[in-house]
Design a protein. Sequence first.
Length: 198
Amino acid sequence: MALVETGATAMRPTLRADAARNVAQIRAAAIAAFRGRGLNTPLEEIAAAAGVSKATVYNRFGGRDGLIDAVIGELVAAEMDAIMQRARRVDDPWQAIATYVADRRDLLYREPAFTDALLMTYPNSRQLVALANAATDATEHLLQRGHDAGVLRPGFTAADLYYADVANGLALRALPGQTREDYDRRTRFFIDSLRRPG
């Protein structure tokens, strides 16, 4: 889901060695910070971890939105793309939905930044917008397959799954400490509730 480089981007001059090192250090620090705490991590902390000033972060990335665009692929987009592709390869409509929902919830458990991506916390991030659009399309397609096959609970929509995932992500953030075993058990209950009765 990475954005294709435009001609203007491709024509930028090559960074000096020290500037390129700063960019790499900032990216690494941002990934580590966002991965542990979500996309709201203060830029001052990221700059300090990278050994640069906050002004350098703005100079190299243009601020938080640019920094998110630079790292969200590694944090969330690549995994979400794999989740969508895996579900599309499942022939059985119900198993495709179950796989997709389970994988999304797994990503929510492991990656706090996914909750921020769902919430579109930073709507000026082009990468987050692209991710949201692709996920919405994939969800609508999979759920329509389930309705057409008569295996999905009537009336269940992509918006319903979205709100359930947002609520789940916010609960994980507000109530840390849920064991993986309990989380997976609750995920199974949730998935079972989506199947058409009877």
